[in-house]
Design a protein around this ligand. Structure first.
Ligand code: FAD
Ligand code: NAI
Length: 472
């Protein structure tokens, strides 16, 4: 028997499950379909983010950071440790339990909000008078509206498919069973730096091969330079401007042939190789052709600024559409689409989507970089404040990096905030709020910030825009 819903969401990653919950809050009958399976074959909603992305990577970053602190920083605090060791199996089991808590949390939220959850692959069948028909296994559902949130998958190097044993995607990278002696990474983007940091902290010799000649090209140059200095000092070997050639996996590991920035032929032999060269939109099995859903040449679903596809009442959000592949961007689009279905005016401001790289030091930013402002010919003022001059950072024992603020030269409106240093991931929220309210740097400079706190560095960076820092 066909089941009828106001809204069917395909995919229960951050884009899909949030869209489903918001639609249910708005009074719609909602179904959410997701095919992800846990190790027992049961449902594991939460998508890439929960299962093999944001959550497990942060769990491992935390474990490995504890290990690094115990090995290198505790002694400064007078804490002595003998026989420090890492039980990788236990660390991975903890990560898995953090993932499960999140899977279970989403199932609970579906129940609480009366979202009907279907475990299986959702595929378009046909368009009908009542809406699109979508099948999940033997079941048939009809939705007045359909929201596609099928996410993305890792891109493999041509000729070197993932085997998840020696050539790893993000999936395999999150479950390496023991610390490899040598680890190679292709791509010094977000995954490369985060996963490279995890395994370096645990003792692997890590080499990252990056095609572009500049390190973290999308990041503010000054911040990227500071981060590069830190990572190199930590022992992460980053080679820029390389051209990767043949990649051969064997019983002993992986051999990578490449040309370095000077044009010389090189080889790298590693125990494991993580390929992190970006992700591609995922529409596998969606049967988009059955209803004529339009995809672009990258395989992304074509949407307008409101996430409307070429089909009436079919929407798409998150990694499967244009824009940054970030969980919070997917969530914002999910909320906005549910609200638009309800006739409201959901809105996502791409300029206010923050980015965070959870390395040590953390890197976070929102808005425009200095190079973007220069490129656009916009007159701006810049102010920065080093954590070295912040009392809380000194007490933490982590004084790397800075907060940098960019403001319009005439109006003083904040145009971008860039942070490299401790808890940048948390500090960036103040900048997002300020920019959402179109604050000026003077607004931040005049707000009382708790002492001692890292956030005082944001206030000081705002003061620096007007060349009047108090503590530097
Ligand atoms: P996804 O999370 O990919 O979810 C899509 C879901 O749809 C999946 O469960 C999939 O199984 C399901 N699906 C697909 N097709 C079908 C179908 N036909 N039928 C039924 N189900 C289907 N972003 C951040 O913001 N912060 C981070 O710290 C961060 N860390 C990351 C770390 C790693 C290692 C990776 C790989 C990514 C990370 N990301 C991070 C990116 C983030 O995971 C994605 O941007 C986010 O998951 C996208 O959400 P989504 O809902 O669009 O898709
Ligand atoms: P990425 O786009 O961040 O980085 C890919 C890197 O690989 C780029 O620097 C690119 O120049 C390089 N590259 C591409 N092809 C190459 C080749 N053939 N040889 C060498 N280098 C090559 O992609 P990544 O790291 O795979 O992550 C995918 C996405 O997942 C990110 O863009 C981000 O959207 C999301 N993500 C977000 C995180 C966060 O928010 N903290 C953490 C991890 C992932």
């Amino acid at each position: 028997m066909t089941k009828q819903f106001d809204v069917i969401v395909i995919g229960a990653g951050p884009g899909g499950y949030i869209a489903a919950i918001r639609a249910a809050q708005l009074g719609f009958t909602v179904a959410c379909i997701d095919e992800w399976k846990n190790a027992q074959g049961g449902p594991a909603p939460g998508g890439t983010c929960t299962n093999v992305g944001c959550i497990p990577s942060k769990a491992l970053l935390q474990s490995s950071e504890h290990f690094e602190h115990a090995g290198h920083a505790f002694a400064d605090h007078g804490i002595g440790l003998k026989d420090l060791s890492i039980d990788v199996a236990k660390m991975l089991a903890r990560k898995d339990s953090v993932v499960k808590q999140n899977n279970d949390g989403i199932l609970y939220l579906f129940k609480k909000n009366k979202v009907a959850f279907f475990h299986g692959r959702g595929a378009f069948a046909k368009a009908t008078e009542q809406g699109c028909e979508v099948t999940v296994g033997a079941e048939s559902l009809i939705g007045r509206h359909v929201v596609v949130a099928t996410g993305s998958i890792a891109r493999a190097l041509p000729g070197a498919p993932f085997d998840e044993s020696t050539i790893l995607s993000n999936d395999g990278a999150l479950r390496i069973g023991g610390v490899p002696k040598t680890l190679g990474l292709i791509g010094s983007g977000v995954i490369g730096l985060e996963m490279g940091s995890v395994w370096r902290r645990l003792g692997a010799q890590v080499t990252v091969l990056e095609a572009l000649p500049t390190f973290l090209g999308a990041v503010d140059e000054q911040i990227a330079k500071e981060a590069h200095k830190s990572f190199t000092k930590q022992g992460l070997k980053i080679e820029l401007g390389v051209k990767v050639g043949e990649v051969k996996a064997g019983a002993q590991g992986v051999d990578i042939a490449y040309t370095d920035a000077q044009g010389a032929a090189q080889t790298l032999a590693v125990d494991k190789l993580i390929v992190s060269i970006g992700r591609v939109p995922n529409t596998t099995g969606l049967n988009a052709e059955a209803v004529g859903l339009q995809l672009d040449e990258r395989g992304a679903i074509v949407v307008d600024a409101d996430c409307k596809t070429n089909l009436p009442n079919v929407w798409a959000v998150g990694d499967v559409v244009r824009g940054p592949m970030l969980a919070h961007k997917a969530e914002e689009e999910g909320v906005a689409v549910a609200e638009r279905i309800a006739g409201q005016h959901g809105h996502v401001d791409f300029n206010l989507v923050p980015w965070v790289i959870y390395t040590s030091p953390e890197i976070a930013w929102v808005g425009q970089t200095e190079q973007q402002l220069k490129g656009a010919g916009r007159a701006y003022k810049a102010g920065s404040f080093p954590f070295m001059a912040n009392g809380r950072a000194r007490a933490l024992g982590d004084t790397t990096g800075m907060v940098k603020m960019l403001a319009d030269a005439t109006t003083d409106e904040i145009l971008g905030v860039h942070i490299v240093g401790p808890y940048a991931s948390e500090l960036i929220a103040e900048a997002c709020v300020a920019m959402a309210f179109r604050a000026s740097s003077e607004d931040i400079a005049r707000i009382c910030h708790a002492h001692p706190s890292l956030a005082e560095s944001t206030k000081e960076a705002a003061l620096a825009v007007d060349k009047r820092t108090l503590n530097f």
